[in-house]
Design a protein around this ligand. Structure first.
Ligand SMILES: [Fe+2]
Ligand SMILES: [Fe+2]
Length: 451
């Protein structure tokens, strides 16, 4: 059987000078990466091999049983090879070897020097939503320099079939294609995770066991709150490796003249949002929290012209299904929630003060964008099914979206060209159709209001 479970994927927190080449394989066979400045390659580096823990295979030949523990652990291994000492903008060709089997030759380039152009695509919330593979292929055909992934890779993180094509008879053709890695590594004219780094942040579905969001008795035990599968699969982004409740799941990178800050903001619920006496396990972004302190320092220290934040949870959105991150239940038995006085504006004020150009997120599975005091708030995650009600009420602040379009599945590409940052939203149909084009920031890095 083919030893590779995924093709190589690229991750880095220093994308101008180093890249980690990562893949998943069926055995602990030694892995190496050959690489060089041309297809002749010429250099070799050994990969470090890790056994993955927490993933599960199906209970029977018929497929998965509902609860995680009813399904056996699935043993898979991860190889990570580090290519360092690179120069900004350098092109690198590479292929991976596992035992006696090699991949084809792929290539990537490092982040360019400030001032140079680049192009990136926004992705999130694939979760095998039909037909997510087509939307992702449209992004890949634009040959992005990197991808921003705003969380919710799968529905159940422990289910190996939601990450991989396991080549098992019970895994139907569509679910094979829509599993995270097959979708994010498809070819057919697309260049995706094999060719460019992906910067992810965790969503609410990245927790190892979703019962923390549905079963209060289960959720009260701190040890049930773990993000180990996500953190293993994207290990180079989280070098501290603490998958527990208080682990660090935030980081930042510079790509050309843009600073990218990736946060872990999701509703960490022990109960429904409206259920007294309170559902918040911990507020991971509250003033004074470790993540907030880090964020304040990170944004203050960013010396780049442009700044971009990715997080899973909204700051501005319509609908009641996805109440803002900081809401609390009202103990009146009517199932109401109350929003804090600032409606999350403390975080918004920080973004405004530090010149953040855009905050992109997912979770509602919509295409919707806002502009408020110099900052663009963007969700470009409409893959064919919204997670909100029809006639959704406005955000409690009363702010209205500049554009909202959930008529067809779509995607957003952003370009840093001479003149600033520009965004283009296109429908992901058989023929691409641009439906939303706007400027995010000017050449000085200042936010451009919508016309
Ligand atoms: Fe979500
Ligand atoms: Fe989602």
């Amino acid at each position: 059987m083919e030893p590779f479970v995924t093709q190589p994927y690229l991750l880095s927190i220093r994308p101008a000078t180093e890249m980690q080449v990562v893949w998943i394989q069926r055995s602990p066979a030694a892995g190496t990466v050959e690489y060089g400045s041309s297809r002749a390659l010429g250099r070799v580096t050994a990969a470090v091999c890790y056994e993955l823990t927490g993933l599960r295979g199906p209970a029977s030949e018929a497929g998965y049983a509902p609860e995680p523990e009813e399904n056996p652990p699935l043993r898979l291994w991860q190889c990570i090879a580090s290519i360092g000492g690179l120069k900004p903008g350098e092109r690198v060709y590479y292929r991976c070897r596992s035992g006696q089997t090699m991949t084809q030759v792929y290539h990537f380039h490092t982040a360019p020097l400030p001032g140079e152009p680049f192009r990136f695509g926004l992705v999130s919330d694939l979760q095998a939503t039909a037909p997510c593979e087509h939307t992702v292929r449209c992004i890949g055909r634009r040959k992005p320099d990197f991808l921003l992934y705003s969380g919710d890779c799968t529905f159940h993180s422990w289910r190996a079939d939601q990450w991989f094509d396991l080549q098992a008879p019970w895994q139907d053709e569509q679910s094979r294609r829509r599993a995270f890695f097959p979708c994010m590594q498809q070819t057919g004219g697309a260049q995706l995770m094999q060719f460019c780094p992906t910067f992810l942040c965790p969503g609410n579905h990245e927790v190892d066991d979703l019962r923390v969001g549905t079963d209060p008795a289960f959720a009260v035990r701190d040890e049930q709150w773990s993000w180990s599968i996500y953190m293993q699969l994207f290990r180079p982004l989280y070098p501290e490796g603490d998958a527990g409740l208080h682990g660090k799941r935030w980081y930042s990178v510079d790509y050309g003249d843009m600073h990218i800050t990736s946060l872990h903001i999701a509703r960490w619920a022990r109960w429904e949002a409206c259920q007294a006496p309170g559902w918040r396990l911990t507020d991971p972004i509250a003033p004074g929290s470790p993540q907030r302190q880090w964020l304040e320092q990170d944004l203050a220290g960013a010396g780049t012209k442009f700044k971009w934040v990715i997080q899973h949870w909204h700051l501005l959105n319509k609908g009641t299904d996805t109440q803002v991150n900081l809401c609390q239940p009202v103990a009146d038995g009517l199932g109401r929630v109350a929003y804090p006085e600032d409606l999350g504006a403390g975080l918004q004020a920080l973004y405004e003060a530090r010149g953040v150009n855009a905050v992109s997120y997912g979770h509602s599975h919509v295409y919707e964008r806002y502009y408020h005091r110099g900052v663009h708030y963007i969700e470009a995650a409409y893959l064919g099914g919204c997670c909100r009600e029809a006639n959704a009420p406005l955000h409690p602040s009363g702010l209205k979206p500049v554009v909202e379009d959930n008529s067809r599945q779509s995607f957003l590409m952003v370009q840093r060209t001479r003149g600033g940052l520009f965004a283009q939203g296109s429908y992901a149909g058989e023929t691409l159709r641009l439906f939303d084009a706007y400027q995010i920031a000017d050449e000085d890095g200042k936010g451009i209001p919508p016309i």
